[in-house]
Design a protein. Structure first.
Lengths: 503, 160
């Protein structure tokens, strides 16, 4: 009897040997290999699944020799029994790990396209009202109400309008957009179609960062498939959708820089207003939203806005896709309602620290996010509480650092990144990031003084107040929170003594 | 540029000439040139500007702006070590140091024989299985510094 074996085709599954397993088993008689999207439980990769009596069974960190056990079913764990997955409340990622990414038929059978089918029969105003009631805020980092952008773009009369998916997922420690594009590309297309219908656009782009070759290829193939199936049609007019590749600039994740880059120029930030919804790509009304935001839209249209509005907290409706990484046992994707505390998430899903490691700090919200010490883990994961604390949820990245991390080195690393990636448009970011990096290098080389810390604080407040975009405006946060919470690491360097590893 | 490079460049530029009424796209054109030639030679700037009907300064400006557009040739093989925070937390800087020591070059440099260029990259989205290293188009996860020498030698063998 032929056994069907499911193996993820996701970049992180391949990076841990999924292709080696596929190659080893592909010639074996009575074995059929199906490559699927990823469950996002990356600590289990390479992960092999097959159908069991009650749903899928899995074999974590599988090796080629495991085929015999897998064929007999020996040692298989029921997917439903994996606490990391069972304790989540998945919606956008509910089907991840089960289907073939490029099968439009499977996508439909599993409930895809329903959001578009409903939206396609509604007037634009009603679609936008639905998004408004749902309380959906942008998932890329800025958390701007989605309906507001859509409505502004809808109201502006123009011969051409654009819908753009921001797939420049540049925040280190985040990967949910990559998972969506590699795993359920039709979901992103569906969300973009709904937006295009709502604002009256007939052209769209997926601006995909250079670092995601597999995501770009999958999106391209999915768009061709959707076009072939006649799906890319709005009100009897074709909707042109294409993938545009970036070239390694972090700032191109900022919407005005993204638009400059998409036009083929230097990806530099522009002063707003005008906002892209009025004057975006080539000066035309444009909605730019993050991949996860578009991926959430079909779910809202299919299930109704009340479903979404009933989840999460007062100011943060819906589900948050957290991406755990760093020195923990169970890195991976966690989709739960907004509002759980940072500590709860680390405890329930993180699975504790990696072997031999003790907790030191956790960073939330990418390289521009704040660092939290153990005493502050009771902060709820929602926009408002993070805002009050001067922190950001960003794109949902959570990176845990252990006791061996030297905060002076880490702070210098952050500022090196900021300086490398500054677009150079505004002085506080262009000059400030270089000066801050130099100060931190000086401290690292044991030549720093207490005045340097005062200078960093002063420079930080200038950058926060006067930078044109979040790159310069947020860059001081990880550095200043490192100084605030882990002053000992800095003191040791200032007093001329090197910070001893592990102390 | 060799005659074959010049011919390849012209063929790429033919495909990227703007259609009437549509603006030229410098970035897309330069990425296509790089795809074919391996880098964008500085003496190709004039031809690109002419084909796209834009000032040479605009082409040069775009070329110098993006970290992944290269005006000079690089190694036959590109090794990239991720220094995104999740990888850094898992000691990717030690992996990077190991690469530097083994290849005897700095970040952004190419070995004397033109074989390997070493770069750092800020996040490949492979954070769940870091530290991450990318050798040409292949992404590797859970890389230890001690794996690096073998990985680089194996990559050498594949190329031969």
């Amino acid at each position: 009897m032929t056994v069907t074996i499911y193996l993820s085709n996701d970049t992180s599954a391949k990076a841990t040997g999924a292709d080696r397993l596929a190659a080893a088993w592909t010639e074996v008689p009575d074995v059929r290999i199906v490559r699927t999207s990823s469950r996002g439980a990356f600590f289990l990769e390479p992960l092999v699944e097959r159908d069991g009596p009650r749903g899928r069974l899995l074999w974590p960190q599988a090796k080629p020799d495991d085929l015999r056990r897998i064929r007999t079913g020996a040692g298989g764990i029921a997917v439903a029994d994996v606490p990391f997955l069972a304790q989540q409340q998945r919606a956008i990622f509910a089907r991840f790990g089960t289907a073939q990414p490029l099968s439009l038929e499977e996508f439909r059978t599993q409930g895809g396209c329903r959001g578009w089918e409903r939206a396609n029969g509604l007037p634009p105003e009603v679609i936008i009202a639905e998004i408004r009631t749902s309380g959906l805020r942008g998932r890329g980092g800025a958390a701007f109400p989605v309906w507001y952008k859509w409505d502004a773009a809808r109201q502006h009369r123009a011969d051409q309008k654009y819908v753009i998916a921001n797939a420049d997922e540049g925040d280190a420690g985040t990967y949910c957009d990559r998972m969506i594009m590699e795993g359920e590309p039709f979901r992103l297309i569906e969300g973009m179609l709904i937006c295009a219908k709502a604002i009256g656009a007939d052209r769209g782009y997926v601006y995909c960062r250079w670092e995601y070759p597999a995501a770009a290829a999958t999106m391209q193939a999915a768009i061709a498939e959707a076009e072939h199936a006649g799906w890319l049609t709005i009100d009897q007019r074709p909707f042109h959708l294409e993938v545009f590749r970036g070239a390694g600039s972090y700032v191109c994740g900022e919407e005005t820089a993204l638009l400059s880059s998409l036009e083929g120029g230097r990806g530099m930030v522009k002063v707003r207003p005008p906002y892209p919804a009025e004057a975006g790509l080539y000066g035309k009304p444009t909605v730019v939203s993050n991949v996860l935001t578009f991926a959430t839209v079909p779910e809202i249209m299919a299930r109704g806005s009340e479903w979404h509005a009933a989840l999460g907290t007062e100011g943060s409706k819906g589900l948050i896709a957290l991406q755990l990484g760093g020195r923990i046992r169970q890195p991976g994707l966690v989709e739960i309602p907004f509002g759980a505390t940072l500590g709860e998430v680390l405890e329930r899903f993180g699975g504790g620290m990696a072997e031999g490691s003790r907790f030191k700090a956790v960073q939330v919200g990418g390289p521009l996010g704040s660092l939290f010490p153990e005493s502050q883990l009771n902060i709820p994961l929602c926009f408002d509480r993070f805002n009050e604390a001067g922190a950001v949820l960003g794109h949902g990245g959570i990176v845990v650092f252990d006791h061996e991390t030297d905060m002076v080195e880490l702070a210098r690393h952050y500022m090196t990144f900021t300086a490398d990636e500054s677009c150079g448009k505004c002085t506080p970011c262009r000059i400030g990031s270089v000066r801050a990096r130099e100060l931190l290098e000086r401290i690292e080389r044991l030549n720093g003084t207490r005045d340097d810390l005062a200078l960093l604080a002063d420079l930080g407040s200038t950058m926060k107040a006067t930078s044109l975009c979040a790159h310069g405006g947020r860059a001081p946060y990880p550095v200043l929170t490192a100084i605030e919470h882990f002053g000992d690491d800095f003191d040791r360097r200032l007093s001329g003594k090197n910070a001893k590893r592990g102390s | 540029m060799s005659p074959s490079d010049t011919a390849a460049l012209q063929s790429v530029l033919e495909q990227h000439r703007p259609e009437p009424g549509r603006p030229a796209n410098i970035l897309r054109t330069l990425l296509a040139v790089q795809q074919v030639l391996g880098h964008v030679p500085v003496n190709a700037i004039g031809s690109v500007a002419e084909a796209l009907q834009v000032p040479e300064s605009h082409v040069a400006g775009v070329l110098s702006y993006y970290p992944d557009l290269h005006a000079a040739p690089r190694g036959r093989r590109i090794v990239r070590v991720c220094v995104g925070e999740a990888c850094v937390a898992n000691r990717s800087c030690d992996v990077l140091a190991e690469c530097q020591a083994f290849l005897d070059i700095g970040i952004g440099e190419t070995t004397k024989d033109g074989g390997t260029t070493l770069e750092r990259v800020y996040c490949l989205g492979n954070c769940g299985v870091g530290p991450t290293v990318m050798i040409d188009e292949t992404i590797y996860g859970r890389v230890c510094p001690s794996d690096m020498e073998k990985m680089l030698r194996q990559a050498d063998d594949r190329r031969v």
